[in-house]
Every structure is written in structure tokens, then in C-alpha cells.
Design a protein around this ligand. Sequence first.
Ligand code: KG4
Ligand code: ZN
Length: 347
Amino acid sequence: MSDRVERLRAARSATILAFESSCDETAVAVVRDGREVLANQILSQIDRHAVFGGVVPEIASRMHVEALDPLLDAALNEAGMTLAGIDAVAVTCGPGLVGALLTGVSYAKALAYARDLPLVAVNHIEGHVSANYLAHPELEPPFACLVASGGHSHIVLVERYGEYRLLGQTLDDAAGEAFDKVARVLDIPYPGGPLLDKLAEEGDENRYRFPHPHTPGKYDFSFSGLKTAVINQAHNLRQQGEEIAAADFAASFRRAVVDALVGKSVAAAVEAGATALAAAGGVAANRLLRRELVRRGEQAGLRVFLPPVALCTDNAAMIGSAAFYRLMRGETAALDLNALPSLRMFS
Ligand code: KG4
Ligand code: ZN
């Protein structure tokens, strides 16, 4: 391990420049000691992909390449520092779109090499979990965390910093993916999750009946059957010439997803002996999910932690936080680091 890394570990202090480019957000952040956000720059490409109804990987990669330079300048500016104030460079190396990941990985490697700085590779999911450290100074492992995003739905137990045990996961679609696909049937533009959520606030969640998913694993999820049932019901109603009450439809669907996510994460946390439950990922921005996690989590005797909405969706500050704890464990990456589109957090 380099002297530099040893010094940072001994001081238990590092200012980290972090990059995130795994999907359709280019993000650069500066994070101090894993907890303090000095800069958090995000450029969303959503408008460019919305016309296609989903993320177009080639467009995403090209837009990342264009955005990285100006976002780095903006982040350093926001933090009021130059590269001289940076102790390490962090980057999301997976999971995600390979071309998109490669832009950030190459950029971070070049910068680490040019400035002779330690490089830290971060798993995107671990990044989401770590968003909680930025918002809650008092939160420390062990705690359980529900991670629900466009590509992932996991319940993890954070045993120590950087050490995770999988308690449950989706067997098919991710929760966010189900939100986006059902939104499409309601003619809500991509990504539908946030708008469907907003619409659902006005709706009657008891108006439509949808199946509550069953899974063989106690704490696993399955959203594909629910999604198909919901989409079929919409088509059937339309074929019968019936008007779909969009807000009620959205509310009924949201209730089914949230009940599954909350019921299982609370039960898994309690059985694992955790006293705290956190949430992360884009779907953790969902209004009903937030309310129900607090209500049912606290009922079960858990302290519940939610990141602010801006830190639930993709950002680089969460990568900077996760990287700090990796660095403190002496876990740095070599310059032959590659993008790992199917990177897993659990072996
Ligand atoms: O974490 P994220 O930004 O990207 C991934 O790593 O996938 O999550 C994006 C996902 C999308 O599927 C989006 O529709 C969903 O999170 N999402 C929501 C809400 N806000 C974002 N789903 C339900 N309700 C929301 N308020
Ligand atoms: Zn994400």
C-alpha cells in the first residue's frame, strides 16, 4: 500500500473526488471524510432519453464524455478548491451500462494517474446505501437497508463499513422498473416512477385490486407478475371501453409495490437483529414508501433513516462516501481497473 494511503488511514481523513456515470446521470462530487458533501454536481440526461421511452446506451456514453470535464470544474468550484486539495479519486465501476461506466472509469483513472492519487472503485449499490451516511451523521453499522432503484431491489444487512449480507432481493424486475413500465401504460413519460407517485397521491388506492406478489424466499421480491397483471388489467379495461381512473390506478399499484417492499424489509431487519432500517435508491424517493417505512418500521421498534430525495437518485456524493470507507480499509484499485457491468455486491 502506498505511503499516501497509509497516511490517510492513520489520519482517518480524506477529501475524495468522486465520479458516477453508470446510467443516465453524469455526476461529480467532493466528499470529506465520508460524511460531508462539499460539492454535488449532477447532469441528468433524462430529457434526451425520454423521447425513446428509456435510456439509449450509446447516447448515454457520448453525453457522459461531453459532461465530465465541465462537471469536474463545477464541482471544484462549488467546493472552493483545486485538485491540490483532493486526496483520492473514486469512481463507480459497476453495475451499469458498460459504455457509460467506461467513460467515468477511464476519466477517473487518467486523473488518478496524472495527479498520482489513490484510486477507489465503488459498487453502485454500495454507493446508494452510503447516501445514508451523508444525511445522518449518527448512523453507523450495523443496520438493515432497503435498496430499490431502476435496476435493483435488495434488502441488505450492513454488518460493518464495507461488509454486507444479502437478506433478500428481487427475483425478476426491479421495483423502479415496475414503476416505469406501469407508468408507460398510463401514458406517463419516462422515467415514470416520480410522476406516477405524484399522481397516486390524489388517487384511491382501494379502487383497483392487484395481486400482492408471493415469492418462495421469505424476504425476496417479485414484481414481474404484478406488473403484468396491472398492464393486462389496463388493456382489458380499455378494450371494454372503460375509462381508466389514472390516479386511482396509480395509487392501487403503488400500494401493492410499497406493501411488498416495506413488509419484507421491516421483517427482514427485525429477524436479522438490526435496530435500524435505512432506505436507498431512486424508489426510496417514493412518498408512500417513505411514510410507510417510518410508520411500520417504528411500530416494529426500528429507528428509520431516509436520505433526502436528492440523494436517493443517482449522484456522485454517495460514491464519495462509500469510497471513504473502502479507502480506510486500504482497498484501492489498480490502474487496470475495468468497467464491470454485472458487478455483484454479494458473492
Ligand atoms: O437509483 P436511480 O436513480 O437509478 C438506478 O440506479 O436505477 O433510480 C431510478 C429509478 C427509476 O426507475 C425511477 O422511476 C424510480 O427510481 N423512482 C421512483 C421515484 N423516484 C424515482 N419510483 C417511484 N416513486 C418515486 N418517487
Ligand atoms: Zn442508482
